[in-house]
Design a protein around this ligand. Structure first.
Ligand SMILES: [Zn+2]
Ligand SMILES: [Zn+2]
Length: 198
């Protein structure tokens, strides 16, 4: 029930996978079908349902793509994204070697993504923003008509609301929100209809 995104520069064939939630083999097959080469795995945060497909994806990729994560979620990654909390056990895959920082620019072919730190759902939650295409991969920060839960370890409601107000709602209305769960939305729609935004 978690969204995985494959993002590519079709001119260069370079691709990243954002949140390999599950079915890593299937993600690898989709890449292969399109002749895209995975260069990185970008994690919005380390919850188990967003990383559970990373091991299988890495096993089916050559060379193994480096994993990017914010340092404040390293601890969560080390405990398998809190899987035990839900009575589960996962292989979190290759250890993250790219440390994401706020305002960092990530290149994918000719596209640039800005890392936006947005804590509250987890301490090290980040979003990936591409200004020229007006898209934001926002993970579990905000959903269509809702927001990420803050009752799990490391969550904090005030911090999340502050992240949304300062780092999501400040983006242009037409910005498409690709969320970690459920359908996509836009900043304009959420500004108008999301009950958690005042
Ligand atoms: Zn989460
Ligand atoms: Zn999630």
């Amino acid at each position: 029930m978690t969204n995985t995104y494959i993002v590519a520069d079709e001119n260069t064939g370079e691709a990243v996978v954002i949140d390999p939630a599950d079915e890593g083999r299937r993600i690898a097959e989709e890449l292969h079908k399109r002749n895209w080469r995975i260069v990185n795995i970008w994690l919005t945060h380390a919850h188990f349902d967003h990383i559970a497909g990373a091991a299988e994806l890495a096993d089916n990729s050559k060379p193994i793509p480096p994993v990017a994560l914010h340092a404040a979620d390293n601890q969560l990654w080390r405990i398998q994204g809190g899987a035990a909390f839900f009575g589960m056990k996962i292989d979190p895959g290759p250890e993250p070697t790219i440390e994401l920082r706020h305002d960092q620019i990530l290149n994918l072919g000719s596209y640039q993504f800005k890392v936006l730190h947005a804590p509250g759902h987890t301490p090290g939650h980040v979003m990936f923003y591409n200004e020229s295409e007006s898209v934001l991969f926002c993970g579990d920060v905000i959903f269509q008509g809702s927001i990420g839960r803050t009752d799990l370890p490391g969550g904090d409601y005030e911090t999340l609301i502050n992240s949304i107000n300062s780092r999501v709602i400040t983006l242009p209305d037409e910005t498409v929100l690709f969320t970690g769960h459920g359908p996509q939305s836009t900043v304009g729609i959420e500004r108008q209809f999301n009950p958690f935004i005042s």
